[in-house]
Design a protein around this ligand. Structure first.
Ligand code: CIZ
Length: 305
Protein backbone atom coordinates (compact mmCIF):
# COMPACT_ATOMS: atom_id res chain seq x y z
CA UNK A 1 0.00 0.00 0.00
CA UNK A 2 1.46 3.36 -0.98
CA UNK A 3 2.13 5.71 1.91
CA UNK A 4 2.21 8.64 -0.55
CA UNK A 5 -1.25 7.76 -1.78
CA UNK A 6 -2.67 7.61 1.74
CA UNK A 7 -1.01 10.94 2.59
CA UNK A 8 -2.54 12.45 -0.55
CA UNK A 9 -6.01 11.16 0.43
CA UNK A 10 -5.58 12.55 3.95
CA UNK A 11 -4.48 15.95 2.64
CA UNK A 12 -7.38 16.17 0.18
CA UNK A 13 -9.83 14.94 2.83
CA UNK A 14 -8.74 17.85 5.07
CA UNK A 15 -8.70 20.43 2.27
CA UNK A 16 -12.15 19.46 1.02
CA UNK A 17 -13.59 19.00 4.53
CA UNK A 18 -14.64 15.54 3.36
CA UNK A 19 -15.74 12.41 5.11
CA UNK A 20 -14.92 9.03 3.53
CA UNK A 21 -17.50 6.27 3.96
CA UNK A 22 -16.78 2.65 3.07
CA UNK A 23 -19.39 -0.07 2.80
CA UNK A 24 -18.69 -3.37 4.54
CA UNK A 25 -18.15 -4.99 1.11
CA UNK A 26 -15.31 -2.66 0.00
CA UNK A 27 -11.72 -3.89 -0.42
CA UNK A 28 -9.74 -3.90 2.86
CA UNK A 29 -7.45 -0.99 1.88
CA UNK A 30 -10.43 1.27 1.26
CA UNK A 31 -12.12 0.20 4.51
CA UNK A 32 -8.88 1.00 6.35
CA UNK A 33 -8.68 4.66 5.21
CA UNK A 34 -12.40 5.37 5.72
CA UNK A 35 -13.77 7.57 8.50
CA UNK A 36 -16.71 5.18 8.84
CA UNK A 37 -17.29 1.61 7.70
CA UNK A 38 -20.76 0.11 7.82
CA UNK A 39 -23.98 -0.68 5.99
CA UNK A 40 -25.57 1.66 3.50
CA UNK A 41 -28.20 3.31 5.64
CA UNK A 42 -26.05 3.51 8.77
CA UNK A 43 -23.30 5.23 6.77
CA UNK A 44 -25.68 7.70 5.15
CA UNK A 45 -27.23 8.58 8.51
CA UNK A 46 -23.81 9.04 10.08
CA UNK A 47 -22.68 11.25 7.18
CA UNK A 48 -25.79 13.43 7.42
CA UNK A 49 -24.88 14.20 11.03
CA UNK A 50 -21.29 15.30 10.35
CA UNK A 51 -20.16 18.84 9.58
CA UNK A 52 -18.41 17.67 6.39
CA UNK A 53 -19.00 19.49 3.09
CA UNK A 54 -18.19 16.46 0.97
CA UNK A 55 -19.11 12.78 1.31
CA UNK A 56 -16.99 10.28 -0.62
CA UNK A 57 -19.16 7.16 -0.73
CA UNK A 58 -17.10 4.04 -1.38
CA UNK A 59 -19.94 1.73 -2.31
CA UNK A 60 -22.40 1.43 -5.18
CA UNK A 61 -24.74 3.95 -6.80
CA UNK A 62 -27.90 3.40 -4.72
CA UNK A 63 -25.82 3.94 -1.56
CA UNK A 64 -24.42 7.27 -2.78
CA UNK A 65 -27.96 8.24 -3.80
CA UNK A 66 -29.21 7.43 -0.28
CA UNK A 67 -26.48 9.68 1.13
CA UNK A 68 -27.54 12.46 -1.30
CA UNK A 69 -31.19 12.01 -0.26
CA UNK A 70 -30.30 12.40 3.42
CA UNK A 71 -27.66 15.15 2.93
CA UNK A 72 -28.92 17.62 0.30
CA UNK A 73 -26.52 20.30 1.58
CA UNK A 74 -23.40 18.14 1.00
CA UNK A 75 -21.61 17.14 -2.20
CA UNK A 76 -21.77 13.36 -2.56
CA UNK A 77 -19.05 11.69 -4.64
CA UNK A 78 -18.95 8.12 -5.96
CA UNK A 79 -15.30 7.38 -6.90
CA UNK A 80 -16.26 4.99 -9.72
CA UNK A 81 -19.20 6.01 -11.86
CA UNK A 82 -19.89 2.50 -13.17
CA UNK A 83 -20.22 1.00 -9.67
CA UNK A 84 -23.88 0.02 -9.89
CA UNK A 85 -25.97 -2.60 -8.13
CA UNK A 86 -27.54 -5.24 -10.42
CA UNK A 87 -30.17 -6.01 -7.76
CA UNK A 88 -31.25 -2.35 -7.55
CA UNK A 89 -31.36 -2.23 -11.35
CA UNK A 90 -33.78 -5.18 -11.47
CA UNK A 91 -36.71 -2.81 -10.91
CA UNK A 92 -37.49 0.51 -12.59
CA UNK A 93 -39.98 3.22 -11.67
CA UNK A 94 -42.05 2.31 -14.76
CA UNK A 95 -42.26 -1.35 -13.72
CA UNK A 96 -43.26 -0.41 -10.20
CA UNK A 97 -45.90 2.01 -11.51
CA UNK A 98 -47.40 -0.84 -13.57
CA UNK A 99 -47.47 -3.16 -10.54
CA UNK A 100 -48.99 -0.46 -8.33
CA UNK A 101 -51.72 0.18 -10.89
CA UNK A 102 -52.78 -3.47 -10.55
CA UNK A 103 -52.71 -3.26 -6.73
CA UNK A 104 -53.85 0.30 -6.01
CA UNK A 105 -54.54 -0.28 -2.30
CA UNK A 106 -51.31 -2.10 -1.53
CA UNK A 107 -48.47 -0.70 0.55
CA UNK A 108 -45.09 -0.68 -1.20
CA UNK A 109 -42.01 -1.61 0.82
CA UNK A 110 -38.74 -1.13 -1.03
CA UNK A 111 -35.43 -2.55 0.08
CA UNK A 112 -32.76 0.16 0.34
CA UNK A 113 -31.05 -1.59 -2.62
CA UNK A 114 -33.31 0.18 -5.10
CA UNK A 115 -33.08 3.26 -7.34
CA UNK A 116 -34.08 6.63 -5.81
CA UNK A 117 -37.09 6.78 -8.21
CA UNK A 118 -38.38 3.49 -6.77
CA UNK A 119 -37.90 4.68 -3.18
CA UNK A 120 -39.85 7.80 -4.13
CA UNK A 121 -42.84 5.64 -5.16
CA UNK A 122 -42.70 3.54 -1.98
CA UNK A 123 -44.61 3.88 1.26
CA UNK A 124 -41.66 2.55 3.25
CA UNK A 125 -38.00 1.73 2.73
CA UNK A 126 -36.32 -1.04 4.67
CA UNK A 127 -32.87 -2.54 5.14
CA UNK A 128 -31.94 -6.18 5.55
CA UNK A 129 -31.53 -5.43 9.26
CA UNK A 130 -35.00 -3.97 9.85
CA UNK A 131 -37.26 -5.46 7.12
CA UNK A 132 -38.82 -8.00 9.52
CA UNK A 133 -39.61 -5.40 12.20
CA UNK A 134 -40.91 -2.95 9.63
CA UNK A 135 -43.28 -5.39 7.86
CA UNK A 136 -44.51 -6.75 11.22
CA UNK A 137 -45.58 -3.22 12.14
CA UNK A 138 -47.76 -2.70 9.03
CA UNK A 139 -51.57 -2.93 9.22
CA UNK A 140 -52.76 -6.53 8.81
CA UNK A 141 -55.53 -5.63 6.37
CA UNK A 142 -53.23 -4.09 3.73
CA UNK A 143 -51.67 -6.00 0.86
CA UNK A 144 -47.88 -5.52 0.67
CA UNK A 145 -45.73 -5.28 -2.46
CA UNK A 146 -42.11 -6.01 -1.53
CA UNK A 147 -39.40 -4.94 -4.01
CA UNK A 148 -36.89 -5.74 -5.42
CA UNK A 149 -35.25 -8.65 -3.49
CA UNK A 150 -37.34 -11.82 -3.51
CA UNK A 151 -35.04 -13.65 -1.07
CA UNK A 152 -35.15 -10.95 1.60
CA UNK A 153 -38.91 -10.75 0.99
CA UNK A 154 -39.34 -14.51 1.49
CA UNK A 155 -37.32 -14.33 4.72
CA UNK A 156 -39.62 -11.57 5.97
CA UNK A 157 -42.69 -13.65 5.05
CA UNK A 158 -41.30 -16.69 6.89
CA UNK A 159 -40.57 -14.75 10.07
CA UNK A 160 -43.65 -12.52 10.18
CA UNK A 161 -46.19 -14.91 8.64
CA UNK A 162 -47.32 -11.99 6.40
CA UNK A 163 -48.11 -12.79 2.78
CA UNK A 164 -46.49 -10.34 0.39
CA UNK A 165 -46.24 -9.98 -3.34
CA UNK A 166 -42.53 -10.35 -4.11
CA UNK A 167 -40.69 -8.75 -7.02
CA UNK A 168 -38.40 -11.39 -8.60
CA UNK A 169 -35.10 -9.51 -8.08
CA UNK A 170 -31.98 -11.04 -6.54
CA UNK A 171 -28.35 -10.22 -5.81
CA UNK A 172 -26.11 -12.06 -8.31
CA UNK A 173 -23.27 -12.29 -5.74
CA UNK A 174 -25.44 -13.87 -3.03
CA UNK A 175 -26.94 -16.13 -5.72
CA UNK A 176 -23.45 -17.62 -6.16
CA UNK A 177 -23.52 -19.06 -2.62
CA UNK A 178 -23.50 -22.80 -3.10
CA UNK A 179 -24.99 -24.98 -0.31
CA UNK A 180 -22.50 -27.76 -1.16
CA UNK A 181 -19.61 -25.40 -0.43
CA UNK A 182 -21.15 -24.57 2.95
CA UNK A 183 -21.57 -28.29 3.70
CA UNK A 184 -17.97 -28.86 2.70
CA UNK A 185 -16.79 -26.01 4.98
CA UNK A 186 -18.92 -27.46 7.79
CA UNK A 187 -17.33 -30.89 7.34
CA UNK A 188 -13.92 -29.25 7.92
CA UNK A 189 -15.18 -27.01 10.76
CA UNK A 190 -18.06 -28.91 12.41
CA UNK A 191 -18.34 -26.41 15.28
CA UNK A 192 -18.56 -23.36 13.04
CA UNK A 193 -21.59 -21.08 13.25
CA UNK A 194 -23.09 -20.42 9.81
CA UNK A 195 -24.19 -16.79 9.38
CA UNK A 196 -26.08 -16.13 6.14
CA UNK A 197 -27.42 -12.91 4.67
CA UNK A 198 -31.18 -12.84 3.94
CA UNK A 199 -30.32 -12.09 0.27
CA UNK A 200 -29.17 -15.74 -0.02
CA UNK A 201 -31.52 -18.25 -1.56
CA UNK A 202 -33.50 -20.82 0.45
CA UNK A 203 -31.05 -23.72 0.00
CA UNK A 204 -28.34 -21.62 1.69
CA UNK A 205 -30.67 -20.20 4.35
CA UNK A 206 -31.65 -23.75 5.36
CA UNK A 207 -28.02 -24.39 6.39
CA UNK A 208 -27.72 -21.17 8.39
CA UNK A 209 -27.71 -20.93 12.17
CA UNK A 210 -28.37 -17.20 11.91
CA UNK A 211 -29.87 -14.99 9.17
CA UNK A 212 -28.37 -11.55 9.61
CA UNK A 213 -27.60 -8.28 7.81
CA UNK A 214 -23.93 -7.24 7.69
CA UNK A 215 -24.33 -4.96 10.71
CA UNK A 216 -26.10 -7.72 12.63
CA UNK A 217 -23.30 -10.20 11.77
CA UNK A 218 -20.72 -7.84 13.28
CA UNK A 219 -22.82 -7.46 16.44
CA UNK A 220 -23.63 -11.17 16.66
CA UNK A 221 -19.95 -12.19 16.58
CA UNK A 222 -19.14 -9.71 19.37
CA UNK A 223 -21.69 -11.39 21.62
CA UNK A 224 -21.07 -15.01 20.55
CA UNK A 225 -18.63 -17.31 22.32
CA UNK A 226 -18.04 -19.36 19.13
CA UNK A 227 -14.51 -19.50 17.69
CA UNK A 228 -15.26 -20.15 14.05
CA UNK A 229 -17.84 -18.68 11.64
CA UNK A 230 -18.81 -19.50 8.07
CA UNK A 231 -19.79 -16.19 6.50
CA UNK A 232 -22.41 -16.42 3.74
CA UNK A 233 -22.34 -12.87 2.43
CA UNK A 234 -20.05 -10.82 0.19
CA UNK A 235 -16.48 -11.58 1.25
CA UNK A 236 -15.54 -7.96 2.03
CA UNK A 237 -17.24 -8.21 5.43
CA UNK A 238 -14.57 -10.67 6.56
CA UNK A 239 -12.00 -7.84 6.62
CA UNK A 240 -13.82 -6.04 9.45
CA UNK A 241 -14.79 -9.30 11.18
CA UNK A 242 -11.10 -10.28 11.36
CA UNK A 243 -10.00 -6.81 12.40
CA UNK A 244 -12.51 -6.71 15.24
CA UNK A 245 -11.95 -10.35 16.30
CA UNK A 246 -8.32 -11.26 15.49
CA UNK A 247 -8.45 -14.39 17.64
CA UNK A 248 -11.37 -15.96 15.78
CA UNK A 249 -11.69 -17.69 12.44
CA UNK A 250 -13.92 -16.52 9.57
CA UNK A 251 -14.45 -18.67 6.51
CA UNK A 252 -15.82 -17.37 3.21
CA UNK A 253 -18.20 -19.70 1.40
CA UNK A 254 -16.17 -19.35 -1.78
CA UNK A 255 -13.68 -17.01 -3.42
CA UNK A 256 -16.35 -16.32 -6.06
CA UNK A 257 -18.69 -14.59 -3.63
CA UNK A 258 -17.27 -11.19 -4.45
CA UNK A 259 -19.32 -8.27 -5.80
CA UNK A 260 -17.45 -6.98 -8.87
CA UNK A 261 -19.04 -3.53 -8.52
CA UNK A 262 -18.00 -3.09 -4.89
CA UNK A 263 -14.44 -4.01 -5.83
CA UNK A 264 -14.18 -1.32 -8.53
CA UNK A 265 -13.18 1.31 -5.96
CA UNK A 266 -9.47 1.53 -5.18
CA UNK A 267 -7.32 3.94 -3.16
CA UNK A 268 -6.26 5.64 -6.42
CA UNK A 269 -9.89 6.24 -7.33
CA UNK A 270 -10.62 7.68 -3.87
CA UNK A 271 -7.72 10.12 -4.33
CA UNK A 272 -8.83 11.09 -7.87
CA UNK A 273 -12.39 11.49 -6.66
CA UNK A 274 -11.32 14.03 -4.04
CA UNK A 275 -8.89 15.73 -6.41
CA UNK A 276 -11.32 16.13 -9.33
CA UNK A 277 -14.52 16.24 -7.22
CA UNK A 278 -15.98 13.38 -9.26
CA UNK A 279 -18.43 11.74 -9.71
CA UNK A 280 -21.07 13.96 -8.14
CA UNK A 281 -24.29 12.06 -7.35
CA UNK A 282 -27.39 14.22 -7.31
CA UNK A 283 -31.01 13.28 -6.82
CA UNK A 284 -33.72 15.40 -8.41
CA UNK A 285 -35.44 17.45 -5.67
CA UNK A 286 -38.93 16.03 -6.20
CA UNK A 287 -37.61 12.43 -6.11
CA UNK A 288 -35.48 13.32 -3.11
CA UNK A 289 -38.37 14.69 -1.01
CA UNK A 290 -40.56 11.72 -1.86
CA UNK A 291 -37.84 9.17 -1.12
CA UNK A 292 -36.81 10.85 2.14
CA UNK A 293 -40.45 10.49 3.18
CA UNK A 294 -40.27 6.70 2.62
CA UNK A 295 -37.01 6.54 4.60
CA UNK A 296 -38.48 8.66 7.41
CA UNK A 297 -41.65 6.54 7.58
CA UNK A 298 -39.36 3.53 8.04
CA UNK A 299 -37.48 5.25 10.87
CA UNK A 300 -40.77 6.37 12.49
CA UNK A 301 -42.24 2.88 12.81
CA UNK A 302 -39.07 1.30 14.20
CA UNK A 303 -38.27 1.49 17.90
CA UNK A 304 -35.48 3.98 18.60
CA UNK A 305 -32.24 2.16 19.44
O1 CIZ B 1 -27.76 -2.30 3.57
C1 CIZ B 1 -26.68 -2.68 3.16
O2 CIZ B 1 -25.68 -2.03 3.26
C2 CIZ B 1 -26.58 -3.99 2.48
C3 CIZ B 1 -26.60 -3.94 1.03
C4 CIZ B 1 -26.49 -5.13 3.12
C5 CIZ B 1 -26.33 -5.27 4.58
O3 CIZ B 1 -26.77 -6.28 5.12
O4 CIZ B 1 -25.75 -4.41 5.23
Amino acid sequence: MSRDLIEKIDRLRRERNAVILAHNYQIGEVQDIADYVGDSLGLSQQASQTGADVIVFCGVLFMAETAAILSPDKTVLLPEKTAGCPLADMITAEELAKLKSKHPDALVVSYVNSPAEVKAMSDYCCTSGNAVELVASLPQDREILFVPDQHLGRHVMNVTGREMLLWPGYCPTHAKMDPDEIKEALSRHPNAVVMAHPECNDSVKELADELLSTGQMLQFVQKSSAQCFIVATENGLIHTLKKQNPEREFIAVSDRTICPNMKKITLEKVAWSLEDMQYVIEVNEEIRTRSIAALNRMLDVLPKK
